[in-house]
Design a protein around this ligand. Structure first.
Ligand SMILES: Cc1cc2nc3c(=O)[nH]c(=O)nc-3n(C[C@H](O)[C@H](O)[C@H](O)COP(=O)(O)OP(=O)(O)OC[C@H]3O[C@@H](n4cnc5c(N)ncnc54)[C@H](O)[C@@H]3O)c2cc1C
Length: 250
């Protein structure tokens, strides 16, 4: 039996009220959930969300928590709407402020960062794969950890960059934090960004910018994204045990 199964058996489903909804991009929305019983979590962990139709049909999916562990007793989930999907279109098109949904968690121990883990940190996200990395970044800032950190974030266009303004503001305000955008279908808007997909030379330059080998590297996104990025990182000599991955499927 895996650790996740043991954890799940001990964590009951509970109701959470959707307290706020914030449109992020044309296909991505943040949902702020207030659970009946607050359970704290580690930055990087995820919740399960369960929807039950009137005829009893149940759909259950996982969503990373994007907020920092202490944030207002709320869990922020960043959900990308997938055409033809069951849960993400429901959340986008049907769910409203004041509605109740069922959640369970937090889960996941491997893809988590605690201040004691230290740094330097290399965070690499694709699309909605930014969600758990936002939690790590926000937690790092909240606890005032002096941890050199670079976020390399891949999106299709400038308009698709989730939390763009917050990330740029953090880059300007926080010591030792840099965000780099890799836009696969757009031109770079800032000198440090790139108008192409993440590739080996880009990762090599990012590692050089970090200055020292990352103590931990977190990679999150679709299967193909995680596969490609970790392949390049291993080619560049990163130690496998320092690389943590989270795959969203697809
Ligand atoms: C640990 C973890 C954390 C995650 N965190 C996040 C997060 O923070 N944000 C986020 O947006 N997602 C996250 N995900 C992904 C999320 O769990 C869902 O997989 C995602 O939202 C899609 O669910 P859905 O019900 O909308 O789509 P699904 O119903 O699962 O469908 C997914 C896609 O497959 C297609 N499809 C479905 N059935 C078929 C079929 N029979 N034939 C062909 N195509 C089909 C659909 O059209 C759709 O495009 C996470 C996943 C994991 C495992």
């Amino acid at each position: 039996m895996t650790g996740a199964v043991i954890q799940a058996a001990h964590i009951p489903w509970q109701e959470a009220v959707i307290e706020r909804i914030r449109r992020q991009t044309k296909s991505v929305t943040s949902f702020f959930l207030r659970p009946q019983n607050w359970r704290s979590f580690q930055a990087g962990q995820h919740l399960d969300v369960r929807l039950t139709a009137q005829d009893g049909y149940v759909a259950q999916r996982s969503y990373s928590v994007a907020s920092a562990p202490g944030f207002e007793g709320l869990y922020e989930l960043i959900v990308e709407r997938l055409e033809g999907g069951e849960v993400s279109p429901f959340l986008h098109d049907v769910a409203e402020v004041g509605d109740t949904i069922e959640i369970r968690g937090p889960f996941g121990g491997h893809f988590a960062w605690n201040p004691g883990d230290g740094g330097p940190l290399l965070l690499i996200g694709g699309g909605s794969g930014i969600a758990p990395l936002m939690s790590i970044l926000r937690h790092r800032a909240t606890v005032g950890a002096a941890v050199p950190t670079i976020l390399l974030y891949a999106a299709r266009t400038w308009e698709d960059v989730i939390n763009r303004e917050e990330l740029i503001a953090r880059d300007a305000a926080e010591l030792d934090f840099t965000v780099l955008f890799s836009l696969s279908r757009d031109t770079a808007r800032r000198s440090q960004d790139a108008g192409r997909r993440i590739d080996g030379p880009m990762l090599k330059a990012t590692l050089a910018r970090l200055g020292a080998a990352p103590r931990l590297t977190f990679v999150c996104g679709s299967d193909g994204f995680v596969e490609a990025v970790t392949g390049h990182l291993l080619d560049l000599g990163l130690v496998p045990e320092t690389i943590r991955t989270e795959r969203f499927g697809g």
